[in-house]
Structures are given as C-alpha cells and as structure tokens.
Write a protein that binds this ligand. Structure first.
Ligand SMILES: *Cc1c(COP(=O)(O)O)cnc(C)c1O
Length: 398
C-alpha cells in the first residue's frame, strides 16, 4: 500500500459547474462563479471585501502594491515560511527582516518583533502556520503602537479562528491559498481579503490590470480606462467554478480532516520524544497538517526514510529563508535557532480527505516501530505507554 502525503479531493460538482460556466459563455474572470465565491466568503466569515486571485502569491503581491511599498521599506516576517512571502515585497524593492519562530510552535514569535522595528519598517506579515493562529492581539497592538500595517498570510488557514475571529480577517489585509496542497483547492488559486476599507476601491483596479473595468461592468461608469498600476490577478471562471464546488463542501471537508488529525493526535501524543503539534488556546484547529517535531535532524531524516521504505510519504517543510541561497548574503547575520529547529526536525504525516483509518493505523504503527527500533539501537528504555500528554488540539467551538 502506497500512501502519498496529499491527494486532492473532488467534492462532486466541479465538472458540472465548469460546464455551466462554459454554457454561460463567460469564462474569463469576474463572472457568475467568481461572484458566488466572493459572496461565500463575505457571508460565511463577514469579510468586508474579498477578491479571488490566481494564487496566494498574487494576493501577497497585490497587498504589497496596495500598501504602496517603496524601495528601502522594511517588512518583518517569519523566516520559516514560503518564498512567496518575501518575494511579493522584494518585487517592490523592500528589504526583508526575518523573525524567528516560537520555541514551541513554528509561528512567528511576536515578542521578538519589537526589537526589529526601525523607522523604515512599514509592515509585518504574519503567517498562520498549519492554520494555527498567531497571537493577533499582541501583533495588532504592536502594529498600532508603531503605525505599521499587518498582513495575514492565511494561505493554510481557511476556516480557522483566533478568539472567534476568522483568520485573514484581522489584519489590514489577508491572503489565502487554494493551491492543490491546501484544504480547499482549485488547483491554483487564492484570495485577497480587504479588511481596511481604505484599500477596497484601489484593490479592484490593481486586480484588473490597473483599470476601472470592474466598476464599468457594474454600470457605475460609462467607459473604463487605465487609472493605476496593476496586473492580471483575477482567475478565470473555470477556476472559480471548481473552487465554488469545493466551498459548498467546506464543512464536510473540514470535519473529515479534523477527525483524521485527532486520530493521529490520540495515537501519537504519548510518544514523548516525537512531539505532536502544540496548539495555543486562542486558536482553533482547521487540520491543515499534522506534524511531529523530532529531537534532531538526524532522527527526522531517519523517520522520513523509514516511512518511505514502507510506502508512506511524510514530508519536512520549509528550509529557512534567511539562510537560503538567494538571501544569505542579504541577511543581517542574526541566528534564528527555532527556525532552524523546525527546518531540521519537523515532519508532516499524510493528511487528506480520503485518508482511511486503516491507512492511519499503518502509519501510526510504522512510527511506533521506528521508535522501538531506535530505542533498541540506542539502548534506551522507552516505555511508550507510561507518559500521557493531554490532548492539545484546540476547542473548535466558535
Ligand atoms: C501555499 C502557501 C503560499 C503560496 O500559495 P500559492 O497559492 O501557491 O501562491 C504562501 N504562503 C504560505 C504560508 C503557503 O502555505
């Protein structure tokens, strides 16, 4: 039996809606299904304004344009994240200042940010790793004190909440992803969430190649014209139609993923050297990923190979951006030990809608066998049943 890390789940109506978009004879952007997706997000999460984009990367690039980031401006963000985060701002000439992760969670350590703020700092990008919220109250307070913008990278955070507030809806702007690797997908897709109304009108222009086309099609103006910089950030109706079919099934998809996540957590939370995710009480859990944190990079690599031989694809995650080939010369030299730890030691287990309990049992047994084999090798006496760590998945009542 081969168990891959991820398997995109067809929710059912994707092809029907794509056929319908074709029948409606509007397959470019901003048609029926784009509007249906917008309405879904605005109604489900009370987001003030959203715009579907071709990717979360696009949404981040739109955010950088909207904030009018200029050459030399500084943006603070975690090093333990995806290259799209710094790229969006580097494209505008900004300087990136990387912050470390928390000791007990891959999310950025908000308390480490204050010392990184300079007169040139313009914005902070918070990444909600694995759909777990950053401490947004602390972050928004700090941003207010220094008059900084906050952008949420909620790429992995659909349907997850911070103290009852939907992630992506708290900072000035939020960005989401519908890439194949995320809970809800249309292959490649994203969303810009505009929480600060000052950005709403301009966002629509940037979205439509710097023109007033969106207002024109609403009948607000008699002809549309070039009014600003912009790009082609909107997805075609074919992608939006696919996405809408997934959004219709959001609750079921999230429930299934959460069930699988809890199954892992129950079975693996007593392996005290391989730590399951720690979730802070202020965040819900949208079951984007389930990971273990090994004691060393060597142990993580050994576990990855052990599982691979048994047909199970487990994956590490980000390599630190501050020491990447592209950035290492630009970095200010600070050591970010927690970032390095997660890069070396974090391993993600298969998690997708159709993952079965039988497959999970096999994965869990393989991990326990690995532990036993290592214990024998190292002469350790590991009694895996004596230590009980309380369940740490958050309470999902909203
Ligand atoms: C997936 C992801 C992105 C990029 O999303 P795309 O839709 O592929 O552009 C950005 N940031 C984070 C944290 C992600 O997980």
């Amino acid at each position: 039996m081969e168990i891959g890390y991820n398997k995109p789940y067809p929710a059912g109506n994707e092809i029907i809606y794509i056929a319908d978009a074709v029948k409606k004879q509007h397959i470019s952007g901003n048609g029926y299904y784009t509007k249906a997706c917008h309405r879904f997000f605005e109604e489900t999460y009370q987001f003030k304004k959203v715009l579907l984009t071709s990717s979360c990367t696009d949404a981040l690039e739109m955010a950088a344009i909207l904030l009018d980031i200029q050459p030399g401006d500084e943006i603070i963000m975690p090093s333990y994240t995806f290259s799209s985060c710094p790229n969006a701002f580097i494209l505008r000439g900004a300087r990136i200042v990387f912050a470390d992760s928390l000791p007990d969670h891959p999310n950025m350590d908000i308390s480490s940010i204050r010392s990184l703020i300079t007169p040139k700092t313009r914005a902070i990008l918070a990444v909600h790793y694995g759909g777990t919220a950053c401490d947004m109250d602390a972050l928004m307070e700090l941003a207010l004190e220094y008059n900084l913008f906050v952008i949420e990278d909620a790429a992995q955070a659909i349907d997850s909440f911070y103290k009852g507030r939907p992630l992506g809806g708290i900072g000035h702007l939020g960005c989401m992803s519908f890439h194949e690797s995320k809970n809800i997908t249309c292959g490649e897709g994203g969303l810009l969430i505009i929480n600060d109304e000052r950005f709403a009108a301009r966002a629509e222009v940037i979205w439509e190649k710097g023109t007033s086309r969106a207002a024109f099609f609403r009948g607000e103006i008699s002809r549309y014209t070039w009014t600003d910089i912009g790009s082609s950030f909107l997805p075609s109706e074919l992608n939006a139609a696919f996405l809408y079919a997934q959004l219709e099934r959001l609750k079921d998809i999230q429930d299934r993923r959460l069930r699988a996540w809890i199954y892992y957590n129950n079975a693996l939370s007593d392996l005290d050297e391989l730590q399951p995710p720690m979730l802070p009480g202020y965040s819900t859990n949208n079951a984007h990923c389930f990971y273990l944190i090994c004691r060393s990079g060597e142990e993580k690599t050994a576990l990855e190979s052990w599982l691979k031989i048994r047909g199970i694809q487990a994956l590490g995650h980000y390599l630190p951006l501050h020491t990447s080939d592209f950035f290492v010369e630009k970095h200010d030299g600070r050591i970010l030990p927690n970032t390095d730890k997660y890069a070396d030691c974090l391993i993600r287990l298969p998690l997708f809608y159709e993952l079965t309990p039988i497959e999970q049992q096999l994965i869990i047994k393989s991990i326990k066998d690995f532990k036993q084999s290592r214990a024998n090798q190292l002469g350790e006496n590991i009694n895996m049943t004596t230590r009980v760590i309380p369940l740490k998945y958050a309470n999902n009542d909203r």
